[in-house]
Design a protein around this ligand. Structure first.
Ligand code: CA
Ligand code: CA
Length: 98
């Protein structure tokens, strides 16, 4: 299986509105190795790619915020929604219902 290049940059501008579904898809792209979970490293890499003023310890907070079952990963199925509020207040993303 080929390693997915992160080079497909159809990156949406992060300013402005995003639907919940778009937000989920955006977060899913963080899962570089495709195991269905966002690890701390994947998150840190993703955060850097959006150019946010985030450092390593902040990605830890993201995970702590979202990680409902406490396994240290953000599960793509089920735990992404926990990031909605956090993204809104910390990234300035306006997430609209539809
Ligand atoms: Ca992963
Ligand atoms: Ca988890």
């Amino acid at each position: 299986m080929a390693i997915t290049a992160t080079g497909t940059t159809t990156t949406r501008a992060l300013s402005g509105d995003m639907t919940i579904e778009e937000f989920r898809q955006w977060i899913r792209r963080f899962d570089v190795n495709g195991d269905g979970r966002i690890s701390r490293n994947e998150l840190r890499h993703a955060i850097r790619s959006i150019g946010a003023r985030f450092s390593g310890w902040r990605s830890n907070r993201w995970i702590r915020q979202a990680d409902a079952n406490g396994d240290g990963f953000i599960d793509v199925e089920g735990e992404i929604d926990n990031l909605l509020d956090y993204a809104k207040s910390n990234l300035g993303i306006n997430i609209v219902a539809y």
